[in-house]
Design a binder for this molecule. Structure first.
Ligand SMILES: Nc1nc2c(ncn2[C@@H]2O[C@H](COP(=O)(O)OP(=O)(O)OP(=O)(O)O)[C@@H](O)[C@H]2O)c(=O)[nH]1
Length: 386
């Protein structure tokens, strides 16, 4: 499928950058990636081509005030949407607006941008939004190595990420409330769960953004029917396309969590001799089954973009990918049944994603309509601040 990515604000632009980097040359899944920010320095820190970067609004910032951010969003959204004509937005099967909630730029602009995209295009508009970590707005949280010491350790390029954001929870909740009913679905990425003890955003962001981009690519580059890119590669038996993703995540602003698991496997360069692609006969069935079982378990029970109980999901999607010889059909079907019994509903779809050049088996899991205590915790923190 073809995804159009719009990064807004510091986090959003860096995540858009990472998603672009996760696109492999022979498996394109992006129409375009754009970066929009009020901060020109942050914008220039991305490798998104200049034609697709755009500085808007006030350079001197919004001082973390989300209401000012909403005003700027309303005033400037049309101008940003016009930039999309530099690419091919009409070819997109879906839009993904990447943003970081907690500041004023990304969270402020995203609702108006999403509303504009919904008005202009038929394709669904998903929002991938980071949630702030407690240590950003609560000086007692993770005191071990954060606080002033950690801030001063931040590299000079850390920009506003190194500054405490007392309004972060309030801003994040205000933005989520505006997105509810506007976004087709919301994929929160909870920084609290992704940061290690003592880490600041600036220390962790490259790793986090790469992990998030891997998940996005696994879902949206899914099982292309032309998996060689030129139509010559092995074809997925069950292709996951844009309408499958659409059916699972829905169009009612469901909260979505992404899971991912992978396991390195032996391929041509290792056991099978240089240059020889293993065939199904070369791979022990029991080994292939175990690999698929392992990655499916990690995908469902491992770290999710948003901590939640997978049992609360209303619908689910499973994509199992890797070198074709390792994609054991029965194990993949069993994985899908496992997901089905986990989410307890009938809304489960599955597919495979052959990667002839891959050296790992992976599972990408989409859990849609989940309930998460983290959002309630942030809401409570926002109420305490107000
Ligand atoms: N995962 C991740 N989170 C980030 C990153 N950068 C910032 N964040 C988070 O996103 C929130 C918003 O930060 P930015 O995106 O830099 O802020 P902004 O939207 O540009 O808004 P202002 O700085 O107020 O103009 C922060 O509170 C962090 O929680 C990043 O690269 N990756």
């Amino acid at each position: 499928m073809q995804l159009e990515v719009l990064g807004v604000g510091g986090a959003g632009c860096r995540i858009a950058d990472a998603i672009r980097a996760a696109e492999s040359a022979d498996r394109s899944f992006l129409t375009d990636a754009f970066a929009f920010d009020t901060d020109e320095r942050a914008l220039n820190g991305t490798v998104i081509p200049e034609s697709h970067r755009y500085q808007y609004g006030r350079e001197d910032g919004l001082e973390g005030e989300i209401d000012r951010g909403f005003d700027v969003g309303r005033e400037r959204a049309d101008e940003l949407l016009e930039r999309l004509d530099r690419g091919a937005p009409a070819d997109a099967d879906a839009f993904l607006v990447a943003t970081g909630l907690g500041g004023a730029t990304g969270g402020g602009t995203t609702p108006a941008l999403v509303a504009g995209l919904q008005r202009r295009y038929d394709a669904p508009v998903y929002v991938l939004a980071t949630l702030p970590a407690d240590r950003e707005f609560d000086s007692d949280a993770d005191v071990a190595r954060t606080g002033a010491g950690a801030r001063s350790r931040s590299p000079s390029g850390a920009g506003s990420d190194a500054v405490p954001r007392p309004n972060a929870a309030t801003n994040a909740i205000a933005a989520i409330e505006r997105l509810d009913g506007l976004a087709s679905a919301i994929v929160p990425v909870d920084n609290e769960a992704w940061l290690r003890p003592g880490e600041g955003i600036a220390d962790a962001r490259e790793r986090c953004n790469r992990d998030v981009a891997t998940r996005v690519a696994a879902v949206f580059a899914g099982g292309d029917s032309e998996s060689g890119g030129d139509g010559t590669g092995p074809v997925a038996q069950n292709v996951v396309d844009a309408s499958d993703v659409d059916r699972i995540v829905g169009n009612e602003s469901a909260i979505v969590a992404l899971g991912y698991g992978d396991q390195a496997v032996e391929t041509s360069g290792s056991r099978f001799g240089l240059g020889l692609v293993p065939t199904e006969r070369d791979v022990e069935t029991s080994e292939a089954v175990r690999a698929v079982e392992t990655v499916v378990r990690k995908g469902i029970r491992g770290k999710l973009t948003l901590e939640c109980d997978p049992e609360t999901a209303e619908r689910g999607l499973l994509i199992v990918g890797g070198p074709p010889a390792w994609l054991n059909r029965r194990a993949i079907a069993e994985g899908r049944r496992t997901l089905q019994s986990t989410v307890g509903g009938s809304g489960v779809l599955g597919g495979d994603a052959p990667r002839p050049d891959g050296d790992a088996v992976f599972a990408a899991v989409v859990l849609a309509g989940v309930e998460s205590e983290r959002l309630e915790d942030l809401r409570a923190a926002a109420e305490r601040t107000d």
